[in-house]
Write a protein that binds this ligand. Sequence first.
Ligand code: SF4
Length: 225
Amino acid sequence: MPDVFPRSVMFPEYINQIFYLVGEVVVLSAVAVLILSIIVTLLIIYSFKTGNFFAARYMLLGIVLLENVIIALFWIFRADDSIVNDVGVRLRNYINNKKFLMIPYKDRSIFMPQCVRSTECPAKLTPEGIKCINCGRCGVGEAKKRAEEMGYRFFIVPGSSFNKRMIKKYRPRAIVGVGCHMEIKEGLDLCHSHGIPARGVLLSKAGCVATELDWDLFYKSIEEK
Ligand code: SF4
């Protein structure tokens, strides 16, 4: 049978060399990504266990860029990958902390998710969010009262575009946001893009309704000066 693809026509030597180089670059890049991901994973575990952060800004950059590989590593070793998100939020809070604490209460805003309300909440939706009437059915009423007495502006968030609208309208100089991992991550990125130091407080039980918040942790987060 005749040679359909003669070697001299299909693969001149310089093409072979290019393929070889590309292959080498791909393999070396994959090894570099894997090594960096392992280093960041070890730093995440260290931070989770000790509460300390080493090279915080580089670590956050590593989490943002290598998140999928890091989560895959947690999955391979059957470890709880929610640790990655948890440390990611704490790391962002840590990085923002100094600037956040410089802002007085009166220039800070709180964004509380509506899912933390009682399922029998009688509050009405308004253009400024859901207006709590402090009916006593959930902890939001008391939190709003205490926060507003301190000087905070307090919002109960009805939907995703609400935060952007209120930031544009009131221009808070610092923000405390409550939510699940995804909401906090998006909220902190939004604040970062507006140059606003922010602090995220994770829900202790996430979901769409009847979520739970560690209120002591929340008060500690908003009262810190
Ligand atoms: S305290 Fe406020 S948020 Fe909670 S159920 Fe009553 S009105 Fe709704």
